[in-house]
Design a protein around this ligand. Structure first.
Ligand SMILES: [Cu+2]
Length: 164
């Protein structure tokens, strides 16, 4: 009697242990898939250094061509006061800009010569007056020797020489 009970218990125990082992394998299945993928990566990794090891020298590719810096447009500031313009002559390049700032007690209206028609460089004409603290900026796109004045006080003159 006792032997048969022990035998049944052993069989039951084997069955239970079998189920437990099968259950563990099913849960471990996805993790084993991941380990195989990392194993593939590991096998690929050593391949790269093995290619570089035989060559004792080092190949250094030529440096990328350095782009030639384009000439950055400059801005020259001319201050206008009650005595006139701070710079009587400004020499710049085509594409450069002159900023006229009004620090006088009166209005400032920059305009190209001659007064009052402003015909030598018609675009270089503020066409309006700006009060103290204001400014007028103009980008010179024409080569030349451009005289200008304050249209509201033509005795105050200046020159902008634009070179290539
Ligand atoms: Cu004028």
């Amino acid at each position: 009697m006792n032997k048969t009970i022990i035998a049944i218990l052993v069989i039951v125990a084997v069955i239970v242990i079998g189920f437990v082992l099968v259950g563990k394998k099913e849960t471990q299945a996805p993790t084993t898939g991941e380990t195989t993928s990392t194993a593939q990566n590991q096998t690929k990794a050593p391949a790269a250094p093995s290619q570089t090891v035989p060559s004792q020298g080092r190949i250094i590719p030529p440096p990328p061509p350095v782009p030639t810096p384009l000439s950055v447009p400059q801005t020259v500031t001319v201050t206008y006061s009650d005595q006139g313009f701070s710079l009587s002559i400004v020499t710049i390049k085509v594409g450069d800009r002159v900023r006229f700032t009004n620090e006088s007690s009166a209005g400032m209206w920059i305009a190209s010569a001659p007064h009052p028609t402003h015909t030598i460089y018609p675009q270089f004409d503020q066409k309006a007056s700006v009060a103290k603290g204001g400014a007028y900026e103009f980008t010179f796109s024409k080569i030349g020797d451009w005289t200008y004045h304050n249209h509201l006080n033509p005795a105050h003159k200046g020159r902008v020489i634009v070179k290539e």
